[in-house]
Design a protein around this ligand. Structure first.
Ligand SMILES: *Cc1c(COP(=O)(O)O)cnc(C)c1O
Length: 388
């Protein structure tokens, strides 16, 4: 399989057929696996033979997904978890211990922020935040006890682009692991491991499923690091269900096709929004007006499926805009075939004061659009009508 290109691998990596010779991969809904005799069971338990034992450890549907994702991300091995957050937590729990320290971009997913601030400190693991693109900041905050530098790029919802190669060079020099949450980009847009990162994390819930059906998480890295992750996960139990793995593996067959469309439509919407009189500014990685456009074009294949913009009129205008939309779904997910709009100031970040929101890059009029796969003119007409 290794000589095929990624679009082909995403379709053709498949479980071995059973006696029924299925063309489409069957679903292995089983909690455990049977052995021929006591000797075979002994050998399996002592890792002398490769065999499925119990679905918390391995399952053919999960294995198929892991092989695909490791190929797509150019990694040696992968591990799957029940959710994206389980992938984030498993990575920290497997690789860190009390007194260890993390340096993180301050623009991270809300629950990841909660882990850093409220949960990991219970076990003596602390985190220091730096601005997403403050490279001197990362370098300065890496201490002898720092084990991980953690980033998301493009960031959410600011869409800042972090130069992965540049940050990887700093991490290599300081001997710390660079962990990249690649959820917004997917391996179709960027492959952080090729740019020098050590570990890639995914919420497969987003673009990988792409149809808002299941939750899932993935970790891709070297065999050595995945062995440590596996050692932790086997006994702590964040396993991905076979059904969700089956869905996700099927979804990957169309990931390239979907991402091209999400991205071309998002780029077009971003350009049209820039010309609209109700809009203060638009942020999209491939627009000329994006401060890190050069880095974005260098490390990403396309600009992504998310567009953020500031509507004139602040908080009230943002709320009104959401209420006027007809086609867009109002839901916190993203990366779905259906277009989705969110207004962080009146929803996810409504408990913060206006100044506190500004400090994390969320202005009162900021709207985030996850551009779906519907007809582009239908998407645009909905936005334009709501803006009017
Ligand atoms: C959604 C998301 C997560 C968490 O994933 P779940 O599957 O919801 O647990 C982590 N990181 C990013 C960037 C996300 O968008």
């Amino acid at each position: 399989m290794k000589n095929y290109r990624n679009e082909t691998l995403a379709i053709r990596i498949q479980n071995e057929r059973s006696q029924e010779a299925e063309h489409s991969v069957p679903l292995y809904l089983t909690s455990s696996y049977v052995f021929e005799d006591a000797e075979q069971m002994r050998a399996a338990f002592s890792d002398e033979i490769e065999a499925n034992i119990y679905s918390r450890y391995s399952n053919p549907n999960v294995d198929e997904l892991l092989e695909k994702v490791a190929c797509l991300e150019s990694g040696e091995a992968a591990w799957a978890t029940a959710t994206g957050m389980a992938a984030v937590f498993t990575t920290f729990a497997a690789l860190l211990q009390s007194e260890d320290h993390i340096v993180s971009s301050k623009s991270v997913f809300g629950s990841t922020h909660q882990l850093f601030v409220n949960i990991l400190p219970k076990w003596g693991i602390t985190t220091t935040y730096v601005d997403a693109i403050d490279y001197e900041g990362y370098e300065r905050e890496i201490k002898p006890e720092t084990k991980i530098v953690y980033i998301e790029t493009p960031s959410n919802p600011g869409l800042d682009i972090i130069d992965i190669k540049r940050l990887a060079a700093i991490c290599i020099a300081k001997n710390v692991l660079l962990v990249v949450d690649n959820c917004f980009a997917t391996p179709v847009l960027q492959q952080p491991l090729k740019l020098g990162a050590d570990i890639v994390i995914h919420s497969a819930t987003k673009y990988m499923d792409g149809q808002g059906r299941v939750l899932g998480g993935l970790i891709v890295s070297t065999k050595e690091i995945i062995a440590k992750i596996q050692g932790f996960a086997r006994h702590s139990g964040p396993a991905l269900s076979p059904f969700n793995a089956w869905i996700l593996s099927k979804s990957l067959e169309t990931l390239h096709l979907r991402m091209e469309k999400h991205c071309s439509q998002a780029f077009e919407i971003a350009k049209r929004l820039e010309g609209n009189e109700s809009v203060d500014w638009v942020k999209y990685p491939f627009l000329d007006s994006h401060p890190q456009q050069v880095i974005a074009k260098d490390q990403m294949e396309y600009g992504g499926g998310i567009v953020t913009f500031q509507i004139k009129g602040g908080l009230e205008a943002g709320r009104k805009f959401l209420d006027q939309l007809g086609l867009f779904s109002l839901t916190p997910n993203l990366g779905d075939s259906r277009s989705i709009a969110t207004h962080p100031a009146s929803t996810t970040h409504s408990k913060l004061k206006s100044e506190e929101r500004e400090a994390v890059g969320i202005s009162d009029g900021l709207v985030r659009l996850s551009i779906g796969l519907e007809n582009i003119e239908d998407i645009w007409e909905d936005i334009e009508m709501a803006l009017r």
